[in-house]
Design a protein around this ligand. Structure first.
Ligand code: NDP
Ligand SMILES: O=C1OC[C@@H](O)[C@H](O)[C@H]1O
Length: 766
C-alpha cells in the first residue's frame, strides 16, 4: 500500500466525520506522538465514532497506517537464519467497504492483529532468535563476585523466576550489522508510518549514536565523558528524585513522562545533594543497580517505543563495547524512566562502594527483550531520540559524582615538565575536559628562562615557568607529568617527589630498574602516588581486550608476537636527538620497546593463570646503529613458564615502519589480533576455534575511537587514584613498571648496549 492510499482513507474519514474531523485527528496525533496512552486514545477516539461506518473507516485507516510497513522493503537487516518463503501481499487497501469480520468495535480481530505492531517477518525473526537463545543451556552464573558475596547482595528475581534463568536474546551473535542505509530507511519508514514528519537525517542518527556511544567509554573514563553542549547546571539527579520516580506508577506512563522528565532535570534544580551510601543502601536493589551500572561499561537503552532503533543501536554498540543491558520494566521491576535515571545516576556516580557483579544481580550480558514484543507499537521515534539526547545531555559528569562522599568536584592541578612533543599532546588531552583536571603550570627548561614563580596565570589560566624547579616549588601543583627524554626521568621525578608532588612519568620510566626502585621507595616513604605513563593500559580497547582474553573461552595464552617500529630516518637526525643520543637513552628499545613489552605484560603476565609470576627467562638481541651506537633494531623473547607454558616474541626497530599485524596473542582456543599502532590501537579481532588448535569458527572485531589523543585516560586514572589516596594504580602498578625496566636492563646487558658513564644515576647496567 502506498501513502496515497492512506490519504484516500483519511479523506473519506474526514468527510464522514464532518466537523468532528479535526478533533478526531488531533486525538490520533496525540496518540502517535506519544502524548496519550493507548487506553486514553481508545477512549477519546470512541467519542467521535458514533456509527459503524465511522468505526470501520477508522479501523481501516489504522490498518492502512500500519500496513505501510508491510509494503515497503524491510530495511532491518535480516539475521542469519533461513529466509522465510516469499509471502503474499495483503490486499486490504484502499478501503473496500465494510469488513464483515469487523464487529464494529475498536478491538476487531484484524485491528488487533495489526496493532501488535510487528510484521510477520519481524515476528519470525524474533522467534528464530528466541529459539537460538533457548537452545542454549541457561546456567545461572554462580555467585562468585567476591564483593557481592561479602556484602550479601540480594539477587533480583527475574519475572518471578530465579535470576539468570531468563533466556536473553543474543543480538550479539548476529553477524550482520545494519548499515546507515538500513537505519535511514527504517527511520523514514517509521516516521512515515506514524506521521512523525521529517525523519531525522543520517547525520543526526550518527550523531546520536556517537553521543550514546560516548556514554559507554567505560567507567574508567567516566571523568572524560562530555556533554555535547555545555550546561549551566547539573543534570544529575539528587538521590531524593528517585523516591518520586520510583513511585511513579507505570500505569500512568508514558503520558506523564514529560512531568517525570521535568522532575528529573527541572529548571530549578536544587543544589546537589551529598550522596553517602549507608550500609542499608547496599541492600537496596536500586543502589545495587547503580553499583552494577556504575561498575560496568554499560549503555542503557530504553527504547520501549521503537524496537528497530533499539536493535540498531544495540548492534552498533555491541560492536563497540563489552556489554549492553537493556532493562525492561518487567525485568527489573522498575519503570522505564526509573531505569533511565538509574543508569544515568549510576554512570555519574561511578559508584565504587559496592560492586555486585552482573551475574550477582541475575542480569546477563545480552539484550533482554520480552514483553514489549507484545505491546502495541507506540512507535515514537522522536521519543526514542529524546531519550538518547537526554542521555547525552545528562552526561556532564563531574568527578565529584565519582566520589560518593564529596560534594566538590575533585580537581587535580597538573604541573608539566617539558614542552616537548608528547608533553604537549598530554596537555591537549588534559584540556579535553577541564573540569576534571586542571592544567596549572607548565615549564620549559630551555625557553623563557626569565620567567619567575610569580608569573601570573596567562589568559589560559596556566602558569608558564622557565625552569622545572619552579613547577616543583609551586604549592598549587598537585601532580607532575614528566615528559623529558628517558634518562632525565629519574632526576625530574626525584625532584618532584622531594617537593611533595605526585608523579606521572613517561615511559621508559627510568634509565634502569635501580633508578626506578629508588624512586618508588621515596614515593612510598612520602606517601605520594607514582605511575609510569603507560597510557595504552587505560584505553577502552585494552580494558575490553583483557576482559575477553580472561573470561575463559580462549583458554590460556600460549604464544604472542608484538612489534612496534617506526622509521625515524636516523641518518638525517641530529646526533643529539633523543632517539640517537646515548646520553638520552636513545635507540628503539627504551622508546618503542615498552609497547610490545606492555602487550606481553597484559596478555601473559596479567593473565590470571600466570598468577603474577615474573618472566622465567629473557633473551635479547640488539643491532646497533653505527651512527651513535644506540640500538636500531632489537628483539627479545620472554618465557612465562612458572604457571603457563607461554612465550612472548617482541621486537622494535627505529629504521622501518611497524609490520601490519601489530600484536597477535594466540590462546589455546583462539587468537586475538591487535591492529597497529599498538600504542593506540583502533581495533582488535578475536578468532574463536571450534576446538583447541582447530578451525576458526567465529570471528569478532571490536573497533574503538578516542576523544582527544587518548592520553586523558591515564590522566583520569591518576586523578582517581590520588583522589582515593592510592599510591599506585591497580591497573598499572609499580611491580609491572619494575619488571619492564628489568627486562630492558637484561636485553641491554645481553645486547651490550651500555649507556655512557654518569647517565644512570643509580647503579649501572653493564
Ligand atoms: N606516551 C607516548 O605516547 C609517548 C611517550 N614519549 C616519551 O616521552 C618522552 C619525551 O619524548 P618526546 O616528547 O617525543 O621528546 P621531545 O624531544 O619532543 O621532547 C623532550 C623535551 O624534553 C625537554 N628536555 C629537557 N632536557 C632535554 C635535553 N637535554 N635534551 C632534549 N630535551 C630535553 C625539552 O623540553 P623543554 O625545552 O621544554 O624543557 C624537550 O622538548 C620520552 O621519554 C618518550 O619515551 C614519547 C612519545 C610518545
Ligand atoms: O611512546 C611512543 O609512542 C609513539 C612513538 O611514535 C614514540 O616514538 C614513542 O615514544
Amino acid at each position: 500500500m502506498s501513502l496515497s492510499s492512506t490519504s484516500t482513507i483519511k479523506h473519506q474519514l474526514t468527510n464522514a466525520l464532518g466537523p468532528k474531523a479535526p478533533l478526531y485527528f488531533n486525538v490520533l496525533k496525540e496518540y502517535l506522538s506519544g502524548h496519550i496512552s493507548r487506553t486514553e486514545y481508545d477512549e477519546q477516539v470512541k467519542t467521535h465514532l458514533d456509527s459503524i461506518h465511522l468505526v470501520q473507516l477508522h479501523n481501516t485507516l489504522i490498518v492502512s497506517l500500519f500496513d505501510t510497513s508491510a509494503q515497503l522493503a524491510p530495511p532491518t537487516p535480516p539475521p542469519d537464519v533461513p529466509k522465510p518463503p516469499p509471502r503474499k501481499r495483503r490486499r486490504t487497501l484502499p478501503y473496500q467497504g465494510p469488513d464483515v469480520s469487523d464487529e464494529g468495535t475498536l478491538r476487531s480481530e484484524r485491528l488487533k492483529k495489526w496493532t501488535v505492531g510487528l510484521g510477520r517477518r519481524e515476528r519470525e525473526r524474533i522467534r528464530a532468535l528466541e529459539a537460538v537463545a533457548l537452545n542454549e543451556p541457561v546456567v545461572p552464573k554462580p555467585y562468585t563476585d567476591e564483593i557481592a558475596a561479602e556484602r550479601g547482595v540480594v539477587l533480583l528475581d527475574e519475572r518471578g523466576g530465579p535470576p539468570g534463568t531468563r533466556p536473553p536474546l543474543h543480538l550479539a551473535s548476529m553477524t550482520r550489522a545494519p548499515t546507515l542505509q538500513h537505519i535511514s530507511e527504517r527511520i523514514n519508514l517509521i516516521s512515515a508510518q506514524h506521521n512523525l514528519g521529517a525523519a531525522p537525517k543520517e547525520a543526526k542518527l550518527k550523531q546520536l549514536i556517537t553521543q550514546a556511544l560516548s556514554l559507554t567509554s567505560t567507567s574508567h573514563a567516566i571523568t572524560s565523558i562530555r556533554a555535547t553542549e555545555p550546561h549551566s547546571h547539573s543534570y544529575v539527579l539528587p538521590a531524593s528524585s528517585f523516591d518520586s520516580l520510583f513511585t511513579v506508577s507505570p500505569a500512568v506512563l508514558p503520558n506523564k513522562s514529560a512531568a517525570a522528565m521535568r522532575l528529573a532535570i527541572g529548571d530549578n534544580e536544587p543544589a546537589e545533594e551529598d550522596v553517602v551510601l549507608k550500609n542499608k543502601d547496599l541492600q537496596d536493589k536500586r543502589w545495587q543497580l547503580f553499583a552494577l551500572l556504575g561498575e560496568r561499561t554499560v549503555l542503557l537503552f530504553l527504547c520501549f517505543y521503537c524496537y528497530d532503533i533499539l536493535c540498531i543501536l544495540a548492534h552498533t554498540v555491541l560492536t563497540q563495547i563489552s556489554d549492553v543491558y537493556i532493562f525492561k520494566q518487567v525485568h527489573t521491576g522498575l519503570n522505564i524512566y526509573s531505569c533511565t535515571y538509574v543508569g544515568l545516576h549510576a554512570l555519574s556516580l561511578g559508584h565504587e562502594a559496592t560492586k555486585p557483579s552482573v551475574p550477582a544481580l541475575g542480569l546477563r550480558p545480552a539484550i533482554v527483550i520480552d514483553s514489549f514484543l507484545r505491546r502495541p507499537p507506540v512507535v515514537h521515534l522522536t521519543r526514542a531520540i529524546t531519550h538518547l539526547q537526554f542521555l547525552g545531555s545528562c552526561c556532564t559528569i563531574q568527578q565529584s559524582r565519582c566520589r560518593m562522599t564529596s560534594t566538590q568536584p575533585f580537581v587535580l592541578k597538573w604541573g608539566i615538565i617539558s614542552t616537548g612533543r608528547i608533553a604537549m599532546e598530554f596537555v591537549k588531552d588534559l584540556l579535553v575536559d577541564p573540569k576534571t583536571s586542571s592544567l596549572w603550570a607548565l615549564a620549559a627548561s630551555r625557553v623563557r628562562k626569565n620567567s619567575s614563580a610569580h608569573t601570573p596565570p596567562n589568559e589560559t589560566g596556566i602558569k608558564a615557568y622557565g625552569t622545572y624547579n619552579e613547577v616543583y616549588a609551586d604549592p598549587d601543583v598537585n601532580a607532575v607529568y614528566i615528559g623529558t627524554p628517558h634518562t632525565l626521568h629519574y632526576e625530574n621525578a626525584l625532584a618532584a617527589l622531594e617537593a611533595g608532588k605526585h608523579v606521572l612519568c613517561e615511559k621508559a620510566t627510568t634509565s634502569n630498574a635501580a633508578e626506578l626502585k629508588a624512586l618508588l621507595k621515596l614515593a612510598k616513604e612520602k606517601k605520594l602516588f607514582f605511575m609510569e605513563a603507560l597510557w595504552t593500559r587505560f584505553h577502552p580497547l585494552t580494558l575490553e581486550l583483557k576482559r575477553i582474553a580472561e573470561e575463559g573461552t580462549l583458554g590460556d595464552p600460549v604464544v604472542m608476537h608484538a612489534d612496534l617500529s617506526a622509521d625515524f630516518h636516523i641518518e638525517s637526525l641530529p646526533l643529539n636527538h633523543r632517539m640517537l643520543d646515548p646520553k638520552l637513552g636513545g635507540g628503539a628499545l627504551l622508546d618503542l620497546g615498552p609497547y610490545p613489552l606492555f602487550w606481553a605484560m597484559l596478555a601473559l603476565y596479567e593473565h590470571p593463570s600466570n598468577k603474577n609470576a615474573r618472566p622465567s627467562s629473557i633473551v635479547g638481541s640488539i643491532v646497533k646503529t653505527p651512527i651513535t651506537g644506540v640500538d636500531a633494531n632489537t628483539s627479545f623473547t620472554l618465557n612465562f613458564t612458572e604457571h603457563l607454558q607461554a612465550q612472548a616474541i617482541l621486537s622494535c626497530s627505529m629504521q622501518v615502519p611497524s609490520p601490519s599485524f601489530g600484536a597477535t596473542i594466540r590462546y589455546k582456543n583462539g587468537t586475538i589480533i591487535v591492529k597497529p599502532p599498538i600504542f593506540r590501537s583502533p581495533a582488535f579481532t578475536v578468532q574463536y576455534y571450534d576446538k583447541p588448535g582447530g578451525d576458526v569458527v567465529r570471528e569478532e572485531t571490536k573497533s574503538f575511537s578516542y576523544v582527544g589523543g587518548g592520553w586523558h585516560y591515564e590522566a583520569d586514572e591518576v586523578a582517581r587514584c590520588i583522589r582515593d589516596g592510592k599510591l599506585e594504580s591497580d591497573l598499572w602498578g609499580h611491580e609491572k613498571s619494575i619488571i619492564m625496566m628489568e627486562v630492558f636492563d637484561e636485553v641491554r646487558r645481553q645486547g651490550k648496549y651500555y649507556l655512557p658513564e654518569g647517565v644512570e644515576k643509580v647503579d649501572r647496567v653493564q
